[in-house]
Design a binder for this molecule. Structure first.
Ligand code: SF4
Length: 186
């Protein structure tokens, strides 16, 4: 059976390709052992959704499993209104809309479309500032959509043996895997 790329690992891969290898290793441990505050805050943002407390309306889909055979990706959506076609991903304290954030909502959007839903709007919501960022649909932002497809391709063909180029010491300092990583610069 072909393995699927998890949507949550897209951001990690962009941060540093090698981190997805350690992400896989750490998944076998209790999350509390290695997560630092930013990761814990991120999970808190999803807690209400994971517990399906966001809304009792049947048209609001929360935390459902999604997948795309075409892209070989799987994961969960945050919130999707199946009547209006609005897909929302909530995050805590957004400093910048990184490409990884956009790729995550693109992945969710493309999975939903493949599963037969119509997606009309994508929003990333900053819980701390109560601010919405409207993300153009992949069908109208061809440049970003091609970057997304290229990232999926690279992830599928990535090997841990590949030497990293342009390792950024600032990233290594922030990386939760730096203690394990043999290429860490900190
Ligand atoms: S420590 Fe540095 S090189 Fe290693 S996974 Fe983290 S960011 Fe990448």
């Amino acid at each position: 059976m072909e393995s699927y790329i998890t949507i949550s690992s897209l951001n990690d891969f962009i941060f540093c390709p090698k981190s997805i290898y350690y992400h896989g290793l750490y998944n076998t441990f209790s999350k509390e052992i290695f997560q630092q505050k930013p990761q814990i805050d991120g999970n808190y943002a999803h807690k209400t959704i994971d517990e399906k407390n966001y809304s009792t309306k049947k048209s609001i889909l929360q935390s459902i499993d999604i997948y795309s055979e075409k892209y070989g990706i799987c994961g969960k959506i945050d919130v999707f209104d199946s009547v209006t076609g609005k897909l929302t991903e909530r995050k805590k304290n957004i400093i910048k809309i990184y490409d990884g954030y956009i790729f995550q909502v693109y992945a969710q959007c493309l999975c939903l479309i493949e599963m037969g839903f119509i997606v009309n709007e994508i929003v990333i919501h900053d819980l701390s500032k109560n601010k919405n960022y409207l993300i153009p649909l992949p069908s109208v932002d061809m440049e970003m959509f091609l970057k997304f497809e290229e990232t999926i391709y690279k992830m599928k063909h990535y090997s841990i043996e590949e030497p990293l180029v342009n390792i950024n010491p600032e990233k290594c300092k922030k990386c939760i895997y730096s203690n394990l990583c043999d290429q860490s610069l900190c």
